[in-house]
Structures are given as C-alpha cells and as structure tokens.
Design a protein around this ligand. Structure first.
Ligand code: HEM
Length: 107
C-alpha cells in the first residue's frame, strides 16, 4: 500500500529497493568509463547507496531544509530527503568481532 507508506513518511513512499541500485547507477564520463571496461567497475548504484547511508549530517549554517526532511549531501535529488537516517552505530551486534558501525552495516 504505497499510500499508507507515504502517509507515514511525510508524503514520500520508500522506493522499491530491488530497483534503486540500478536506478541510481552513476554516469561516468570519458575517460573513466574506458578504465571501467578494464577494472570491471560497475558498483555505482551500491556505492551511491553506501554514500547516502553514511552521509547524514547537520545541515550547514545558512542551508534551509523543509520540515520533516533530513539533510544529506549525497542524496541525488535535493539537499535533504524524507527518509531519516535508518541505521546507527551499535544497533546490531556481531559475534565475530566485525565493527558495529554504520560504515560496516551499510557495506
Ligand atoms: C537500512 C535500511 C534502509 C536503507 C538501506 C534505505 C535506503 C534508501 C534509499 C537508497 C533510498 C533512495 C534514495 C534516492 O532516491 O536516491 C531511500 C529512500 C527513502 N526511504 Fe529508505 N532505507 C532504509 C530504511 C528506511 C526506513 C526504515 C524508512 C521509513 C521509516 C525509509 C523511508 C524512505 C523514504 C520515505 C524514502 C524516500 C525519500 C525521499 O524521496 O525524500 N527508509 N531509502
């Protein structure tokens, strides 16, 4: 029910996650895309999502964002988005000693 999801999230429904990595594939201009053919780099979409998840911060002085949105300079469409920071450090515990950080969770 996208309407219910949107109503619960300040008017913006969460996206279909199976498509978002594809949809946010980044543009890599010349000459980078030539190198990509050799290195096989094609993780632009996942790298974008990682940047977004680890990129939440206070809005800088002088930057106004609308109420109910959250500043994130990595968001593709604007300076702020409707999704609040979804994961925080120490939220999930690992038994194998992996770091319990947003950086690690996001990867
Ligand atoms: C670890 C869990 C989550 C991940 C990885 C994640 C990831 C994402 C990504 C990649 C986007 C798209 C950003 C873009 O369009 O470029 C997004 C948007 C959004 N997410 Fe999440 N999300 C998570 C959890 C949540 C939760 C728990 C909620 C709701 C409580 C939520 C609500 C939304 C909303 C409303 C948007 C649309 C934001 C806008 O267009 O302004 N997300 N999320």
């Amino acid at each position: 029910m996208p309407e219910a999801a949107a109503a619960a999230n300040n008017g913006a429904a969460p996206p279909d996650f199976s498509l978002i990595a594809k949809a946010r594939g980044i543009e890599r201009g010349f000459p980078t895309f030539i190198f990509d053919m050799f290195t096989q780099y094609q993780e632009g979409g996942p790298d974008y999502i990682h940047a977004l998840l680890t990129g939440y911060q206070e809005a800088p002085k002088g930057v106004e964002i609308s109420e109910g949105t959250h500043y994130n300079p990595y968001f593709a469409n604007a300076a702020a988005l409707a999704m609040a920071k979804p994961i925080s450090d120490d939220q999930v515990t690992y038994d194998d000693g992996s770091p319990q950080t947003v950086e690690q969770y996001s990867r």
